[in-house]
Design a protein around this ligand. Structure first.
Ligand code: SF4
Ligand code: SF4
Length: 439
């Protein structure tokens, strides 16, 4: 299969059953903001009836690529492949505004080089820990920031500690008898912003008897590149990661990032122009697992430490709709003694993060986010749980914006608390008051 690939557009029978599941269509109910309308546009783009240009670009870039339409579609239309293909074609015809040139710079020269990305994150960390951020946020200075800078500043995710930015150790011993050897994708953004969650994830694997390898040669997975039409860069990163994990000699390649996971699973599509790489990608793909899926598949060793909280789980789109992983995170959370799991009515709807969508389409992103925050808060949670860094940043921002300080954690953070506190008093997630265990 050559990529970009528009063949899936032929499977659409225009039934419209996907429309009520599309977050952008719900906010903006016009055909061109719906999956069906977008498929028509992509057909036109592919056939040459529609020329690439700003209008087409705007309609198609308004899509979150959340893939809720894929789950809803009775004809199994692969919408994710279609929208990513369209973005490759549209990128080729784009004239560069200054914003696009800045985006190009980051995509081509910063994200693929972990050292450069870490330098940017270190500057952000300095800004956040020096008191400058607090000064800006708590005084009228924020209002003096030009253009959208104030808004972008308020969305800035917290960064990891400086030491963690240097990366993880290459090998981690299992706790107890060894059950297997797994590779772990530490992720470019994950390690720089949620290093504690990476440590939790590796610890949970170790508590379950796995020896964990974190290949130092691994690189950014290429998700942002693939979702935004940077095909050559995505291909280069795919090949680098396939080679890095081959060298590790592991039975499974595990990730705690839903967006990275779906991208690793699509490496075959990216490199199949070369038959040797296609075979290597197929072997790689067969070993990729989301960490929740992997633990449920291999059998979780139930933790005995208590985490007495009421939690609500929010499905990341790329885990739910992309990888069809829905029950496993909930199963793992229910295995934690003392944890009460609430279900939000719209847990399966996008939060509006979608990579850099919250920056490029802030208004739509915020409309979706407001609804999401109300939905989660309706369950009166002590903690919101998810399994993707982009969702975690977006939910933290949305809750903060709505005046709530409910912490947002990863499933692995809570599991790690339960394992680390085995035999100890009930564990509490950061930011929560300790609760008495039920009698
Ligand atoms: S994408 Fe699927 S659900 Fe949507 S209109 Fe086409 S066939 Fe129907
Ligand atoms: S991917 Fe999401 S936003 Fe895009 S058309 Fe499908 S449901 Fe709508």
């Amino acid at each position: 299969m050559a990529y970009p690939d528009f063949s899936a557009a032929q499977d659409c029978v225009s039934c419209g059953l996907c429309l009520p599941h599309c977050p952008t269509y719900r906010e903006y109910p016009v055909e061109m903001a719906s999956p069906r309308g977008r498929i028509q546009l992509m057909k036109g783009l592919h056939s040459g009836e529609l020329a690439p240009g700003e209008a087409l670009d705007e309609h198609l870039s308004l899509c979150l690529a959340c893939r809720a339409c894929e789950t809803a579609c009775p004809s199994a239309v692969k919408f994710g492949t279609l929208i990513e293909s369209a973005r490759v074609v549209l990128r080729q015809g784009r004239r560069g505004s200054w914003g696009q040139r800045l985006g190009d710079l980051f995509m081509r020269h910063v994200f693929p080089r972990q050292g450069r990305l870490a330098s940017v994150a270190a500057l952000m960390r300095l800004y956040q820990t020096s008191g400058l951020q607090r000064l800006l946020r708590e005084t009228p200075f924020a209002r003096l920031l030009p253009g959208r800078l104030g808004e972008l500043e308020s969305m800035m995710p917290e960064t990891s500690e400086f030491g963690a930015m240097l990366g993880m150790a290459a090998e981690h011993e299992p706790f107890g008898a060894e059950r297997g050897r797994v590779g772990f994708l530490s992720g470019c953004v994950m390690q720089l912003t949620m290093a504690a969650t990476n440590s939790s994830s590796v610890d949970v694997l170790r508590f379950n008897g796995f020896r964990v390898f974190v290949p130092p040669a691994q690189r950014c997975c290429g998700a942002l590149h693939l979702h935004n039409g940077y095909l050559p860069e995505a291909r280069e990163l795919a090949r680098a990661n396939i080679a890095a994990f081959e060298a590790a000699g592991v039975e499974a390649i595990v990730t705690n990032d839903a967006g990275c996971g779906i991208t690793l699973m699509e490496y075959g599509m990216l490199v199949d122009v070369d038959p040797v790489w296609a075979a290597r990608a197929a072997a790689f793909r067969a070993r990729v697992r989301d960490i929740q899926e992997f633990l449920a598949e291999r059998g979780l060793r139930p933790p005995s430490g208590r985490v007495a909280v009421r939690a609500v789980y929010d499905d990341p789109c790329h885990l739910l709709h992309g990888q069809k992983v829905k029950v496993q995170p909930r199963q793992l959370l229910r295995a934690i003694p003392g944890l009460e799991l609430a279900e939000a009515p719209e847990a399966d709807w996008c939060c509006g993060s979608a990579g850099i969508y919250n920056i490029t389409h802030t208004e739509m992103s915020l409309a979706i986010l407001r609804r999401k925050v109300d939905d989660l808060l309706s369950t009166q949670p002590d903690v919101v749980v998810t399994a993707n860094p982009g969702c975690a940043f977006q939910l933290r921002y949305g809750l903060r914006r709505a005046g709530h300080d409910v912490p947002v954690l990863h499933v692995m953070d809570l599991l790690a608390l339960a394992y680390r506190d085995e035999g100890a008093p009930p564990a509490i997630p950061p930011g929560l008051a300790r609760k008495e265990p039920p009698v």
